[in-house]
Design a protein around this ligand. Structure first.
Ligand code: GLN
Length: 537
């Protein structure tokens, strides 16, 4: 069959969950046996989100091939169980960079390089790149931003042109918002009508509308939207607020979204999607009664999207253990020796988050000292692992001024230091140690037992590393290096075997936990936290 293209645009306001709708469509089509991929086009000029502050766009996700990507790619992977790559996330910056490179090479000799057709052609090429591999029945393309944004215009223009070229092999899904006005006790469709008009103004007639809403949208109202927006009444669907994002595929199937897409693209299908495993996960969410309490110590606590993959990994693991997750975000900047007990002691396990720079770092040491001395199950990720090492150096090895050279370039005890290959790098974008690297685990270590294997591959995003000169001192005092890269011998995992669960990973396991394959380390950490909670009772 020809590859079919699904475009997902958004209107009215941002944060309606285009990524979740795109992921849900992917989940449903995959469960019907189709081969699917999703990509995200971001209208900002940064080449990738790697240089963005998490407060701007939430977490930076990392693909196995080392691309720093939008956090929606994390949702795609969690929903589809399929790894994404560099080709799945394109920004305006990348599009322009590629066009400018071509112009300098002389590829357009004699021509004036313009948004139309050169930028739009580049976007179209990127859209079709995945489809042309012949590997997919469906390519879902989510256009970031909201219709009406100046930035999204070239993307929408490319979609308009592709619609003409692809004919029935293309379907446009537009996600809008239907607010409930409490004072009037009424749902309002006017913003949706305006948003569709804006889309029509740029030449795109949506085929399917998804109306995000807090309350059921009655049939009469859907018919009215259909009439005003030039969409078939059965193609006006609702996406009602759900207790968790993982219920959205089920809700959208109830709205026949997958069937409408299949019909509109002329794709033959039979029966129903096989959602057995997915439904089992949802049942577990609902049947879980006991609660596991985790504290996440980090500096971006006001914006929870900054730790999206970690919170989702914890949620998945807790759900598989038939527990509800109570996740408390604890600002490392506010932690001190006087309040640490009060802030952490009601938790069953603590995660110390990844991050960059000095801000909030001392609070992480305070938290880790308390966790280590009180034998709290503790999981350090990337900077969290580095902080475990520094805290141990200061308070167990007695190296009081131990630090990472990221925080103090003159520290006499540089237990965490810049990686050799990073020393000559001055460019900030895409230059860290990024993507999946192999790691060999020490037999019988806690971490090896958690994985059930000695050879793993995990994703990285860092510049600094454990300084091997100190390895013996750490090991003699009880903090073991239990995972290393087989080629470079970089230390990737540390643990204190005498503790219940005190493990730090230089890599980011949270990027590879999915609904159907929860990550073994998160599973093991939650299991240790649950055991800890039972001990307390
Ligand atoms: N800032 C640290 C480094 O660059 C840790 C990075 C992270 O936590 N992702 O090594």
């Amino acid at each position: 069959m020809d590859t079919k293209y699904i475009f997902v645009t958004g209107g009215v306001v941002s944060s309606l969950g285009k990524g979740i709708i795109s992921s849900s469509i992917a989940r449903l089509l995959l469960s019907r046996g189709f081969k699917v991929t999703i990509q995200k086009f971001d209208p900002y000029i940064n080449i990738d989100p790697g240089t963005l502050n998490p407060y701007e766009h939430g977490e930076c996700y990392v693909t196995v091939d080392g691309h720093e990507a939008d956090l929606d790619l994390g949702h795609y992977e969690r929903f589809t169980n399929i790894q994404t790559s560099r080709a799945n996330n394109i920004t305006t910056g990348r599009v322009y960079q590629s066009v400018i490179d071509k112009e300098r090479r002389g590829d357009y000799l004699g021509k004036t390089v313009q948004i139309i057709p050169h930028i739009t052609d580049e976007i179209k090429r990127d859209v079709k790149l995945l489809g042309n591999t012949g590997k997919y029945d469906f390519v879902i393309t989510e256009i970031g931003g909201v219709v009406g944004d100046i930035e999204s215009l070239p993307f929408l223009e490319a979609v308009r042109q592709l619609r003409m070229e692809l004919g029935q092999n293309c379907v446009c899904v537009h996600l809008t918002y239907v607010p409930y006005i409490r004072a009037a006790k009424e749902l309002k469709t006017k913003p949706t009508q305006h948003s569709v008009k804006q889309l029509q103004e740029v030449g795109i007639q949506p085929d399917i509308l998804v109306l995000r809403t807090e309350r059921e949208i009655p049939m009469a109202m859907r018919k009215k939207v259909a009439l005003f927006c030039n969409v078939a009444p059965e193609a006006v669907t609702q996406s009602i607020d759900a207790p968790t994002i993982y219920e959205v595929p089920i809700n959208m199937h109830r709205e026949h979204l997958d069937e409408i897409i299949l019909k509109k693209t002329g794709t033959p299908y039979t029966g129903e999607p096989d959602m057995t495993k997915w439904n089992k996960f949802i049942d577990r969410i609902h049947s879980a009664s006991d609660v596991v309490k985790i504290g996440l110590v980090g500096k971006y606590v006001e914006l929870q999207d900054a730790y999206k993959s970690i919170s989702e990994s914890l949620f998945q693991a807790a759900t598989y253990h038939e527990h509800k997750l109570d996740l408390k975000y604890i600002s490392s900047e506010k932690l001190n020796d006087g309040n640490v007990e009060e802030m952490l002691s009601d938790r069953d396990g603590i995660i110390v988050a990844p991050g960059f720079g000095q801000r909030g770092i001392e609070g992480k040491f305070v938290a880790l000292k308390w966790c280590r001395e009180n034998d709290m199950p503790t999981f350090g990720i990337c900077l969290g692992m580095q902080c475990m090492v520094i805290e141990f150096a200061r308070n167990v090895l007695g190296l009081k001024e131990a630090n990472s050279t990221e925080m103090d370039s003159h520290t006499p005890y540089n237990v965490i230091d810049l990686m050799e290959e990073q020393k000559s790098i001055s460019n900030m974008g895409g230059t860290m140690r990024l993507g999946a690297y192999a790691c060999h685990l020490v037999h019988n270590s806690k971490v090896a037992k958690a994985y059930g294997t000695l050879d793993i591959s995990e994703r990285h995003r860092h510049r600094f590393e454990f300084n091997d000169d100190f390895r013996k001192q750490f090991e003699d005092a009880g903090m073991k290096c239990v995972g290393e890269n087989p080629e470079s011998h970089l230390v990737e995992v540390v643990e204190i075997p005498s503790k219940k669960w005190y493990i730090g990973t230089q890599y980011h396991p949270e990027y590879s936990s999915t609904v159907l394959n929860p990550h073994p380390l998160f599973m093991d950490f939650i299991s240790a936290a649950i055991a800890n909670s039972l001990n307390k009772k």
